[in-house]
Design a protein around this ligand. Sequence first.
Ligand code: UDX
Length: 433
Amino acid sequence: MKIAMIGSGYVGLVSGACFADFGHQVICVDKDESKIARLNDNIMPIYEPGLDNLVKTNVDAGRLSFSTDLAASVKGCDAVFIAVGTPSRRGDGHADLSYVYAASEELAGAIDPKTVIVTKSTVPVGTGDEVERIIKEANPSLEFAVVSNPEFLREGAAIGDFKRPDRIVVGSEEDWAKDVMHAIYRPLFLNESPILFTSRRSSELIKYAANAFLATKITFINEMADLCEKLGANVQDVSRGIGLDGRIGAKFLHAGPGYGGSCFPKDTLALLKTAQDNESPVRIVSAVVEANDLRKRAMGRKVIAAMGGDARGKKVALLGLTFKPNTDDMRDAPSIAIVQTLLDAGAHIAAHDPEGMEEAAKIMPEVEMVNSAYDAVADADAVAIVTEWDAYRALDLQKLRSVMKGKALIDMRNIYNQAQAEEAGFSYSSIGR
Ligand code: UDX
């Protein structure tokens, strides 16, 4: 199969490299000339474990290439994937579809007949209809199909998730387009990944419903964690106790500082907007969004409380800034609200993150970025573990404590335990324990 990927961001690049690895002929397109130039030099625009090797192997094998020329790239393709960004629109929280529609317009005059246009970007229900309308209007005699194929990969585990998905969802109104999608994903059937064919609208909604449900699970356990703290219960036991029930499932029940990232915050908000526009309220999702927003600042207050209720003139060390480990992505990271709360209260902040400091420095210029966890805690009154990077899982707590001024350790990912921390001289607080 010959495939073009429009948009070489997270989803486009990972999907393109993985499709090439399956043996398909793939060209990844992006308007950003410097990004394409760097990709041609095997420099990745994002940090994702294994991606540089995967790209190099497939470029060397002649299956993967990069271009800024959309029209030339889509010629002769069986399928063209739209994987451009759909950020939250400033002001109203709706998904911004301008990149999707601009790509559709360009495609209308460039694709060959019988090309399948696949929306891989997360797009609100009805976007496929609009993409179809745009192309039909510009090129009325062209035979083509617009298919929805949402992507469920997680950052930091993107290649594994793409190659061994729990399921592949394809929303298509045309049988011939389903056959093309079936052929594209055939290599995955060896891993027994089921492919689910639905209508285009159902497929579009599946992506939002999945993300909103997972965000709900996280927010539910986070609220249980707060309750555990009040009641003297342990959220990890509660999580395990409910997660072993097959109807509930153990995943996405880790209490923490709140969810962040490029998907959950944006997609829950967009789902809310769609629901409002259609006068069909999703009250649970609305409560989830509110609870998660409030939680992030509450985490900042937790740090202040651990220092005795006053942050003015004190130094706080933050370990981990990205919204989760194994990524350099800072989008909607809980650390942003935590930093703001601490700065508002007059604290000085030093931080370390294995991959995210360059990006973080742009968002939080007041924070002093340092090269190691031990440097961050020097003379600090409190240290908070915000992201559960492996590098923070086996810290020498005695050493950490010995270079600090104060003794507050706030473990927002429940990596350590009370006994361990107290033995090293810390006064320890965690989430829901
Ligand atoms: C998510 C979805 O998992 C993925 O299917 C979708 O395609 C994109 O959005 P991602 O944002 O990369 O993926 O990360 P994920 O691992 O899902 O974590 C999202 C956030 O939830 C992180 O901030 C993480 O720390 C938090 N989280 C996750 C928890 O707090 N507890 C959990 O149990 C799981």
